[in-house]
Design a protein around this ligand. Structure first.
Ligand code: HEC
Ligand code: HEC
Ligand code: HEC
Ligand code: HEC
Ligand code: HEC
Ligand code: HEC
Ligand code: HEC
Ligand code: HEC
Length: 455
């Protein structure tokens, strides 16, 4: 082999040897601040986060000292936290049956009162191996999933860049990753409670994910509202046990603690091809589920209706994206990307500012820090589109019509505003007219300055 040839091998090799470890070091360094996640150096947690993300932030109280047996925990806490003890006494942990010993406070919190812990799923998993393994298995299917919810929120750019008071709520919902008590609340830990839709809607509601609103408006939700008092909630979620489906019946069928394995359209924020072989397998799982109560082919057609709605929605969204991309290409967005602050540690954006348009360019950045027309597209994509999607997925036809009517009007508004921006840009080239420089407000305004000092 000639010398030159050899160089083709060792130069890339040398680069890899330097760059790969440097990348790992950079990520490690970034994560080594006192917060958590990718932005742990930029963002410090509030006290509340100890309960939502105990692995990273919980520190035991040290006001009571001693190592106690389970029964001692119960008797002292009867006075300190009577409600907790009452719920525990009514739970299967206190009376497991089948001759099993009771699961005392210490089994979940530890027995040393100065080294208590708050139980994360791995602690429940010591006894409930099946549920824990299924829960962790969600990670295989990527985002979104309960098991990945915590890092997904903390690693989101708008999470770290907004004032803490505005994003504290994120972790209340996204703590589903670190707490098995999201659906069966402490300290009853009741399976029957988790089977009901109320167990999900504390988190699954509101404009980007109106599961609550769409389910309760659907035929299934109406049936639930009318008849649920007569249903026997002690029965597991299996064929024949329930007349109508709840959230968990459909998304955790047969008690499987895995909400991600059947998802095709997922959150609805990007277009998907429902006809890939993998997605066809998932669709058949859905059809099988509907067939607990409906005819299979009828169900297949209902679900094909969802795909048709999605196709129509994405046509509208792509039209709006094309308008924005055209403005960007002609440098007619106002304020332009360089006139507004980049997100923290987004070095690429601070060196080469560029408006991100569409999911694949990283549209999470459109949550704020954008020009009004980009925000209009964000609202179309994140609220109206997602409302229509969940309407179609859950059988709330009114939500489908509402979502599409709103998208039509968004699109018309975006086209109108684009016309205005084009004409302003045209005038600018001509006579004395100068648009004011927006960067003082954006780069050095209250919001930006305040955040820099307070996160
Ligand atoms: C099956 C496991 C389990 C058992 C048994 C258990 N806990 Fe808990 N406990 C939890 C979980 C889960 C949390 C919530 C942790 C979090 O917020 O991150 C919690 C939270 C708490 C909290 C703090 C939150 C609050 O609501 O005040 C206290 C206090 C507490 N438990 C006391 C007790 C006492 C006393 C007992 C026994 C009577 C007990 N626990 C038994 C799982 C358990
Ligand atoms: C002698 C009384 C006593 C005994 C025994 C006792 N606790 Fe506590 N526990 C308390 C008091 C008081 C607090 C509130 C401490 C505080 O807020 O500073 C507390 C708080 C807690 C908390 C909440 C900690 C937090 O950060 O919010 C947990 C969990 C807890 N105890 C679990 C246990 C467990 C498990 C045992 C048995 C191993 C136990 N306790 C035994 C008195 C007791
Ligand atoms: C030391 C073992 C142990 C630990 C730790 C434990 N459990 Fe349990 N759990 C049991 C036993 C035993 C039962 C009774 C039923 C059975 O035999 O499976 C039970 C029952 C349950 C049930 C079913 C209740 C019903 O209504 O049928 C739920 C839900 C549950 N546990 C959740 C949890 C959660 C969540 C955690 C962690 C916060 C946890 N468990 C930690 C042993 C444990
Ligand atoms: C404590 C809040 C909370 C509760 C309670 C909760 N979820 Fe979730 N769920 C989330 C969050 C947060 C995500 C998105 C996580 C992410 O960012 O990846 C999610 C995601 C999902 C997904 C999407 C999975 C995918 O692959 O697209 C499904 C389905 C789901 N949850 C169903 C349920 C059901 C059914 C219940 C009730 C039995 C429930 N959830 C209860 C917070 C919750
Ligand atoms: C009311 C509960 C709730 C709050 C508050 C909340 N989320 Fe979520 N989030 C969810 C649910 C539920 C989903 C999944 C919806 C679905 O799959 O349909 C989700 C999805 C997401 C996803 C998408 C995951 C993916 O890649 O597809 C991200 C990122 C996210 N949330 C970040 C945040 C941030 C950052 C905040 C705070 C600004 C926040 N969330 C506040 C419940 C919540
Ligand atoms: C998204 C909501 C949700 C979360 C989060 C959740 N569960 Fe459950 N859990 C349920 C539902 C729904 C059922 C009832 C299943 C059925 O009827 O077959 C259930 C039932 C159970 C049971 C009783 C199983 C039986 O056969 O009686 C145990 C034990 C349990 N869960 C443990 C856990 C553990 C451990 C975690 C954390 C890894 C967890 N759960 C997190 C919704 C949830
Ligand atoms: C009749 C069954 C059924 C019921 C009941 C139901 N869903 Fe769904 N849900 C679906 C279907 C079907 C989809 C679209 C699945 C796909 O193709 O991705 C979906 C989509 C979702 C998604 C987006 C992630 C995904 O899997 O695609 C979430 C999150 C969700 N539902 C939560 C809920 C919640 C919370 C409730 C209760 C308030 C609920 N669902 C009730 C069938 C159901
Ligand atoms: C546990 C039983 C059960 C399951 C599972 C179930 N449904 Fe239903 N569904 C019903 C009942 C009961 C009704 C109301 C009576 C009727 O219209 O047949 C209903 C009504 C409907 C309706 C309204 C029917 C109409 O003619 O207005 C649609 C659409 C629907 N279901 C779709 C689905 C789809 C799609 C799935 C699977 C993702 C599914 N259902 C799963 C029980 C179920």
């Amino acid at each position: 082999m000639s010398r030159k040839r050899v160089r083709y091998i060792w130069i890339p090799l040398l680069i890899a040897v330097i760059v790969v470890p440097a990348g790992f070091l950079y990520v490690d360094w970034n994560k080594s601040g006192s917060g958590a996640g990718l932005y742990s150096r930029q963002w410090l947690p509030d006290a509340l986060f100890a309960y939502w993300n105990p692995d990273d932030f919980y520190q035991s109280v040290d006001t009571v000292s001693g190592v106690f047996e389970g029964k001692q925990c119960v008797s002292c806490h009867e006075g300190v936290t009577p409600g907790i003890v009452r719920d525990w006494k009514a739970s299967h942990h206190s009376n497991p049956g089948n001759g099993k010993p009771a699961v005392y406070c210490s089994a979940c919190h530890g027995d040393d009162h100065q080294a208590l812990h708050l139980p994360t799923p791995d602690i429940c998993g010591r006894c409930h191996v099946t549920q824990h393994v299924q829960f962790e298995d969600e990670k295989r299917f990527g985002f979104p999933s309960h098991a990945l919810a915590m890092e997904r929120a903390m690693d989101a750019k708008h999470f770290v860049d907004k004032p803490k008071a505005e994003v504290t709520a994120c972790l209340q919902c996204h703590s589903v990753a670190s707490k098995c008590d999201s659906c069966h609340t402490r300290h009853r830990f009741s399976a029957a409670e988790a089977r009901r839709p109320e167990a999900c809607i504390t988190c699954h509601s509101g404009p980007p994910h109106p599961d609550d609103e769409t389910y309760f408006t659907s035929a299934h939700g109406r049936l639930y509202l009318a008849e649920n008092r007569q249903w026997d909630w002690s029965k597991p979620l299996r064929k024949g046990n329930y007349k109508g489906p709840t959230c968990a019946y459909c998304h955790m069928s047969n008690g499987k603690h895995q909400v991600a394995d059947k998802s095709i359209w997922k959150f609805g924020i990007k277009q998907t091809n429902p006809l890939t072989s993998g997605n066809k397998v998932k669709r058949e799982q859905w059809v099988e589920l509907c067939s607990d109560c409906h005819e299979a082919d009828w169900s297949r057609q209902q679900l094909a209706g969802l795909d048709a709605e999605r196709k129509k929605a994405w046509k509208k969204l792509y039209r709006a994206e094309a308008v924005l991309k055209d403005l960007r290409a002609k440098d007619q967005l106002y304020p332009a990307a360089g006139e507004r602050p980049a997100y923290p540690v987004d070095w690429l954006d601070s060196v080469r500012p560029r408006a991100r348009i569409g999911f694949f360019e990283g549209q999470a950045s459109a949550f704020y820090n954008v020009s009004p027309i980009e925000r209009d597209y964000f609202e179309m994509w994140y609220f109206d589109n997602l409302g229509a999607y969940k309407g179609a997925a859950h059988g709330d036809q009114a939500a489908v019509s509402r979502g599409h009517a709103a998208m039509d009007s968004d699109l018309a508004g975006i086209e109108q505003e684009a016309k205005r921006l084009r004409s302003l840009a045209g005038q600018e080239g001509q006579e004395q007219y100068q648009r004011p420089d927006p960067s003082t407000l954006w780069l050095f305004g209250d919001y930006t300055e305040f955040n820099k000092g307070h996160n």
